[in-house]
Design a protein around this ligand. Structure first.
Ligand SMILES: [Zn+2]
Length: 376
């Protein structure tokens, strides 16, 4: 792999390109993303089906035993999107698990996502615990991140989802969280396109302190430093169960539509109006990032999409001019931002999340102190 990028380059195998400033290419013109993803897929996903089935059965058995004499044996997150909806279906219908579904309402759910969730809960006869975030506080936080010009505007929602899952797992004493994350459709995502430490509340607080309008946050719940260090390691076990299945997105969609009256909305993550606006407008226009590239590249790596098809799809605009105008006016009205202020934010220079304080930095510092002491 060499890093001498002088001009635009796109990978010869997937569709990742130099819009990831850290991308590397080998002499065949293959990038580090698909190379790493294919290695991991071969090691963990495309393995002997018998070995994989045995692993899966052992996990299901463990979850069921832990849930004996309890109302629920595991937690699942439900966003109304494909992955989490399919996960709920499989958990109940295929494995006979008794999940408690958890949903986060940050004020941006699309109507279709809400309907999907209602249908799933109703048809699968599972309980749903919805955590509603105070909208004024969430708006103030989102505005601060927007003004800070950091890339990861989903940090707040992802943090809140993690915090909610952590808290509910403690409250109900449920040890297992079945995560909808799957390597078949999410193997490629450049680190430069997000802030990877989603449970890093200090980064959020530090941004809010500098860029926020001063509204006191009294209800928004943050992960503390101890929880940050131990997240998913101690009492709560995260299980990416879709990785143990032959997870195919197109087939999952068919099952959901047929069995759960589930409706599709188009692109990945369109269950949230904010996520859609962020990916279609803010990321593409301000940060010059088109997340479809990573998504399609993941599907290419797992053999679920042809590279030519991905290139054709990428030629299509994310939004028509009319949809752009409608979405923009909805966003501005809900966020209470003027078009002039939004235009200014869109041309402000990007600022790194590392510019602000963070738990990640604190952990690094503590590590250095320990290493120094250990040496002595
Ligand atoms: Zn590639």
């Amino acid at each position: 792999m060499s890093k001498q990028i002088l001009s635009y380059q796109i990978c010869n195998r997937c569709v990742m390109d130099t819009t990831d400033p850290d991308i590397l290419f080998n002499d065949k013109g293959y990038c580090n993303h698909c190379t790493g993803a294919i290695q991991r897929l071969n090691k963990e996903i495309f393995i002997d089906p018998v070995v994989k089935a045995n692993k899966l059965n052992a996990i299901i058995k463990e979850i069921k035993e832990a849930g004996n004499n309890r109302n629920y044996d595991c937690l699942i997150g439900l966003s109304g999107g494909v992955d989490s909806s399919y996960l709920a279906y499989i958990a109940v219908k295929q494995f006979g698990l008794r999940p408690l579904a958890v949903h986060l309402d940050n004020g941006w759910n699309s109507e279709q996502a809400v309907k999907n969730i209602e249908n799933i809960v109703d048809k699968l006869k599972i309980d749903l615990n919805t955590h509603v975030i105070n909208w004024e506080e969430f708006k103030a936080l989102q505005t601060a991140l927007l003004k800070a010009s950091v890339i990861d505007l989903e940090l707040l929602t992802d943090h809140a989802i993690g915090e909610t899952i952590y808290r509910i797992s403690k409250e109900y004493n449920i040890k297992y969280f079945l995560s909808g994350y799957n390597f078949q459709s999410e193997s490629v995502m450049p680190a430069s396109w997000l802030y990877p430490y989603k449970m890093d509340s200090l980064n959020i607080k530090s941004i809010y302190k500098k860029e926020g309008a001063g509204l006191k946050l009294t209800t928004f719940k943050f992960i503390n430093f101890y929880q940050y260090l131990t997240f998913g390691k101690n009492s709560m076990k995260l299980i990416p169960i879709l990785n143990y299945l032959e997870y195919n997105k197109k087939e999952a969609l068919k099952v959901l539509e047929e069995k759960l009256d589930w409706k599709n909305y188009g692109n990945k993550h369109d269950e949230s109006i904010f996520t859609k606006f962020y990916q279609d407008v803010i990321l593409t226009k301000k940060f010059k990032v088109d997340k479809r590239r990573a998504h399609y590249s993941s599907l290419i790596c797992s053999g679920q999409m042809a590279r030519e098809e991905a290139l054709e799809e990428l030629k299509k605009p994310l939004l028509t001019e009319e949809a752009y105008k409608n979405n923009l006016s909805y966003f501005l009205k809900k966020m209470n931002i003027t078009e002039g202020d939004f235009d200014k934010i869109m041309v402000n220079e990007q600022k790194d999340h590392w510019y602000y304080n963070s738990f990640a930095k604190r952990k690094h510092k503590i590590g250095n102190v320990y290493r120094a002491l250990f040496k002595k």
